[in-house]
Design a binder for this molecule. Structure first.
Ligand SMILES: Cc1cc2nc3c(=O)[nH]c(=O)nc-3n(C[C@H](O)[C@H](O)[C@H](O)COP(=O)(O)OP(=O)(O)OC[C@H]3O[C@@H](n4cnc5c(N)ncnc54)[C@H](O)[C@@H]3O)c2cc1C
Length: 409
């Protein structure tokens, strides 16, 4: 069936049309699709008109934050009603929520996922049952906004061994004192608390603390002059003798193994982001080649252009199939380092090619913000590197395949 036929015969009520070539959307319930449709309407109406301008200024469109939170998409009420189960929203819904956000804009997806993915995972995996009861409802309604502060200026890829922020328990009371620095922390400027990972000077193990952003000794600096994800704000954080009560330590984080358990869940979210970016870039390119004429014909009528479209669709479809299958596996409780590492690595490789082809298809217009492809193309680079670079995820897969760790520590 040709692309064209497929587009025309897609049922009107399908949300993703040709972007979801093998109809993964059919795994969603009607209620889940309705919530995603609500998100789609909001993004089309309120967000899209702002994106190019805010990207160029390097600012986050703060006016979108409250309405996006109020859309109630993290744990939507209709997915918790009778018959829908009271547990968390299903993994497949959560995946498509990220896909929908990233299909519109990678910074918006990263901003939302900093709370719904990174910070929420830190609490879900790291907090004790009692702490979770206290904090999780506030995480879900954003009344407690947090960020995940792991990376350091001198330790990115080798953070497991190289983490050098220290935590010392004050012998005179139930307080810890933190010293060190964190880098690249997304969303820190507007967070209430920073989930900071630090090494206990006594037992040498990594522990985690919720640090009040306004606490004495905390300094935040915005990382300037970024050429990727310009709307998303990243901070360089300095911690100079910051005092944190024991009650704000995440009681279930007792070594880097607990951090690794968080990364397993977070990397699959990034694979969904990389897939959503491909969908956005592909759709924009497809629109463009239908509208733009050269040699008296639409660009889309040329064989070499069609080959690029087919490659992009192949990349997107392979990535979507990968993340859907991974999500199904994780929904059954199967979490393995190598599985999410493979999905993050492979979806990002595909993303890099897809966004480059989209940019190429838009010719000169593909390097201006007037075309969406330029934004997707630039933003993909940050997604390619965060949450474990290509090499680090490949080494995690390689370790599982061979039983040999190629990491030097
Ligand atoms: C936009 C953005 C948002 C981010 N958000 C957050 C956040 O919210 N919280 C957080 O904690 N962190 C965040 N990060 C940090 C991110 O996870 C790191 O940038 C990433 O892990 C890579 O670390 P690095 O930048 O220090 O690169 P480095 O570790 O210095 O790596 C540089 C290059 O060397 C390669 N390399 C390193 N070691 C090896 C090896 N053993 N073998 C082969 N190649 C190797 C890498 O793959 C890479 O290509 C963010 C980063 C960005 C860019």
């Amino acid at each position: 069936m040709s692309l064209e036929t497929r587009v025309e015969t897609a049922p009107a009520e399908r949300l993703y049309g040709v972007c979801d070539y093998y109809d993964a959307e059919s795994l969603l319930t009607e209620d889940e699709r309705r919530v995603l449709g609500r998100l789609r309407d909001f993004l089309d109406r309120e967000a899209k008109p702002l994106l190019a301008d805010y990207w160029e200024r390097g600012e986050f469109p703060a006016q979108l934050a409250r309405p996006l939170i109020d859309l109630d998409i993290m744990e939507p009420a209709e997915l918790r009603g009778p018959g829908a189960g009271n547990g968390p929203a299903r993994g497949i819904y959560q995946g498509f929520r990220i896909f929908e956000l990233a299909r519109t804009d990678a910074s918006l997806a990263t901003w939302y996922t900093a709370q719904a993915g990174l910070f929420r995972t830190a609490i879900r995996v790291g907090a004790s049952a009692q702490q979770q009861a206290q904090w999780m409802p506030k995480v879900i309604d954003f009344s407690l906004k947090g960020v995940f502060s792991l990376t350091e200026p001198e330790s990115g890829s080798d953070i497991a061994g190289g983490l050098s922020t220290t935590a010392r328990r004050d012998p005179n009371g139930d307080t810890w004192v933190l010293h060190g620095a964190k880098r690249w922390i997304g969303g820190a400027a507007t967070a209430d608390v920073l989930a900071v990972f630090a090494r206990d000077v006594v037992d040498g193990q990594v522990k985690a603390f919720l640090v009040d952003r306004e606490a004495a000794g905390v300094t935040l600096e915005k990382i300037q002059r970024k050429t990727s994800l310009r709307m998303m704000q990243n901070a360089h954080i300095t911690l100079d003798g910051v005092r944190v009560p024991e009650s704000m330590r995440l009681h279930n984080v007792n070594s880097f193994k607990d951090v690794a358990a968080m990364l397993r869940a977070m990397r699959s979210d990034v694979a969904w982001i990389a897939t959503g970016i491909q969908a956005g870039a592909f759709e924009a390119a497809l629109r463009y080649v239908r509208e733009r004429h050269q040699f008296g014909r639409p660009l889309g009528s040329f064989q070499l252009v069609q080959e690029k479209l087919a490659r992009m669709l192949g990349n997107l479809t392979a990535s979507l199939s990968l993340v859907v299958r991974l999500t199904e596996q994780q929904s059954r409780g199967v979490y393995r380092d190598q599985d999410s590492a493979l999905a993050k690595m492979q979806s990002c490789l595909a993303m890099r090619e897809t966004v480059a082809l989209a940019r190429e298809l838009a010719g000169g217009n593909g390097i201006t913000l007037e075309s969406d492809v330029a934004r997707f193309h630039a933003d993909a680079e940050a997604v390619y590197s965060y949450e474990g670079t290509h090499e680090i995820n490949a080494l995690i897969v390689g370790r599982a395949l061979t039983g040999e760790s190629a990491f030097t520590r």
